[in-house]
Ligand binder design. Structure first.
Ligand code: OTU
Length: 649
């Protein structure tokens, strides 16, 4: 089939039937130009997914109307930004980019209050602020906001949509981009689509996956993974009112959307464009791995999930090209990479680096980290990693079993060890984590806990162990130091920067008690931010002192990062070292500028062969972190416990 010809014919027909009279002349021209440029792509994706349905053409026409409305509703200031970003599309690779993720209520506690926090974020150098889902959602348990009842309404306890828009504008003025969640795998059971379905409306029942009996759910469940086995077994929930089984991958109040229905694609595109038009720079694609279901598979990472995301991306190119996608695929490393591409997700969380940094802290060894990064770190030049250490979720051990096997590590046993270690059950462990989602059938488990508690600060403070406190602080700085220097946008998780300990208060809240991830969703109070920005004082508790040391350490490293272009758009090569406790990589940009990072994951001094400096070309090399010079090619390089070097020619 001659697809190019087909899509052109289709485009002409559709545009002939598209009413542009509500657009200004300028917008009509812009819309027509962009549709012309991207329709081929959109047509290709859309017809591959929906072409076998008799009404595909009708829905494609409807989609074009949705896009037209998106252009109509996009504010002039955002259209200007679109043009700017089209001219410098790789802004997210700059050395000054630093992200922070936070819950509004744990920082504001309202959107209005967040304005007063801007100086604090600026003091750290934040340029990208991800506000955790702040949309209207069910009272009580709403999966931390990931059960959305209305994408167009801010949760009234946090503020209003116009307050969100003015915050976006205020942040933009200060050089901080707003990042929002696009929770599109599911809605809450209180979304008006779900309510219509509950009321028996067939059209909206087709928005979800509903089954009259267990026949089909049973067939699917043969091959599905259970995500939250601690709250509910299986992936389906029986709804008494409808007398039907509903597909609910996550909690029973989160209903999976049915993307085999083109009407759902179109409706969700409308919601996505609404979010884009608030004025955000990126959308975090929540649970994107799950959006396509295919019998006989685990219904994760399906080919059509990729096509759908690419189609959404094309819609953004037409309406809001300033907005990029961030992939949240916490899956096998080979699958994580498949979501990354200029035409799919320009940004992606790096769950492999995250998990393996923790692995190296526990084992004090870097082989798995080094080998895995050598295989999986390199991505398209037009895209970038979002490197993180902690987030609002649990830590899952998603490394590649084959690499582990090659290194003589039994993957199953090793995951068991990591869970034991980080939940403090392993003799001699420094960590105070909490087990999460333990699966009684197969013993699977993940780990929750704050950066500081997992790094040993909680235990060391409890026993007033000075060495332990120092080690914990150094572990935190090491972990973040790597995310600041390895290549990509570092993403701080709010409260990490102050080394806050686990918050066990959730155990007293019936709507949170069953979900241990709340242990690492921690408030940062005004008192905390004042402490961070205050002059050094001798009146501090040990906990406050640790908090300040971490804050200042991170602040210092971030200042170095934004003042050295080598941390921006440059290549990363992961090196082998002759010391199993050390991890090293070199950055190199197009002008031949280089940086060599070397890190020690153990609490002992380590030495590595000075030949490694050869990676920089010539000596002497200056350590950007201490200002010290290393100048002899032949001697060994010494690394203090948890020390990292950022060496420049
Ligand atoms: C995401 O996480 C969010 O980060 C969670 O906070 C939500 O609960 C969830 O989606 C549902 O909206 O399973 O344990 O492979 O790991 O999408 C967290 C991706 C999750 C999943 C991830 C999901």
């Amino acid at each position: 089939m001659n697809y190019a010809a087909d899509s052109n014919v289709c485009l002409d027909r559709i545009m002939a039937n598209t009413d542009l009279s509500m657009l200004t002349k300028k917008d009509a021209a812009l819309f027509t130009r962009r549709v012309n440029a991207h329709f081929g792509d959109l047509f290709d994706k859309y017809t591959t997914i929906y072409g076998h349905q008799f009404d595909c053409y009708f829905h494609l026409q409807q989609l074009i109307n949705v896009l037209r409305d998106g252009v109509k509703n996009r504010k002039p200031a955002l259209k200007k930004l679109d043009n700017l970003r089209l001219k410098s599309p790789n802004w997210y690779k700059d050395e000054n980019q630093v992200g922070m993720a936070l819950y509004v209520d744990l920082a504001g506690p309202t959107l209005k209050d967040l304005h007063t926090r801007i100086p604090y974020y600026k003091a750290l150098g934040i340029t990208y602020l991800h506000l955790m889902p702040l949309y209207d959602s069910p009272k009580g348990d709403s999966d931390g906001g990931y059960a959305v009842s209305d994408y167009r309404k801010v949760n009234p306890s946090l503020g209003t949509m116009s307050e969100l828009e003015s915050l976006a504008t205020a942040l933009q003025k200060e050089g901080i981009n707003l990042v929002l969640d696009f929770v599109f795998n599911h809605t809450s059971d209180e979304h008006h689509w779900a309510k219509e379905a509950l009321a028996g409306n067939k059209q909206f029942q087709n928005y979800y996956y509903l089954f009259n009996d267990r026949t089909v759910p049973d067939q699917f469940e043969h091959t599905l993974r259970e995500i939250f086995p601690q709250v509910r077994r299986g992936s389906f929930t029986f709804n008494e009112h409808m007398q039907k089984w509903v597909w609910t991958t996550f909690n029973s109040f989160q209903w999976d959307l049915n993307y085999s229905n083109p009407e759902v694609f179109n409706a969700i595109t409308g919601e996505m464009l609404f979010l884009a038009n608030i004025g955000c720079a990126a959308l975090r694609l929540d649970a994107l791995a799950f959006i396509w279901k295919e019998m006989g598979t685990d219904c994760e990472n399906q080919e059509k999930a990729h096509l759908l995301i690419q189609a959404f991306n094309t819609c953004l190119q037409i309406v809001a090209p300033a907005v990029v996608f961030k992939s949240e695929a916490i899956v096998h490393p080979d699958e994580v990479i498949k979501y990354i591409g200029k035409n799919e997700c320009q940004l992606s969380y790096n769950p492999l680096l995250m998990a393996l940094l923790w692995n190296s802290l526990a084992t004090r060894k870097t082989r798995l980290l080094t080998r895995s990064m050598q295989k999986s770190f390199s991505i398209s030049d037009e895209c970038t990693w979002v490197n993180y250490v902690r987030c609002h979720d649990d830590i899952g051990w998603t490394f590649d079993d084959n690499i582990a096997n090659e290194l003589g590590i039994n993957p199953q046993d090793h995951r068991f060890f990591l869970n034991q270690f980080f939940t403090g059950r392993f003799e001699g462990s420094f960590a105070n984590g909490v087990p999460f989602a333990e699966n009684p059938s197969n013993g699977d488990c993940r780990v929750c806990g704050s950066l500081a508690s997992l790094c040993g600060l909680e235990g060391a403070l409890d026993t007033n162990d000075q060495q332990g406190i120092e080690d914990a602080i150094n572990r935190m700085l090491l972990m973040y130091g790597i995310t600041f220097s390895i290549g990509g946008i570092p993403l701080l998780y709010s409260s990490d920067e102050l080394a806050k300990l686990n918050d066990y208060d959730y155990l007293n809240d019936p709507s949170k008690r069953h979900d241990d991830r709340w242990v690492n969703r921690i408030a940062v109070t005004q008192e905390d931010t004042e402490l961070a920005l205050s002059e050094p004082s001798s009146q501090l508790t040990a906990e406050q002192d640790a908090s300040l040391q971490v804050f200042r350490g991170l602040q210092n490293m971030l200042a170095i990062r934004r003042n050295n272009p080598i941390f921006g758009a440059s290549r990363t090569t992961i090196l082998d070292t002759d010391n199993q406790h050390c991890f090293a990589y070199v950055r190199e940009n197009d002008s031949g500028e280089k940086l060599l990072a070397i890190c020690n994951f153990s609490e002992e001094t380590q030495q590595i062969n000075g030949n490694l400096l050869g990676a920089l070309g010539h000596t002497p090399s200056i350590d950007l972190l201490t200002g010290n010079t290393l100048n002899d090619n032949n001697t060994a390089i010494l690394l203090a416990p948890f020390q990292q070097y950022w060496l420049k020619q």
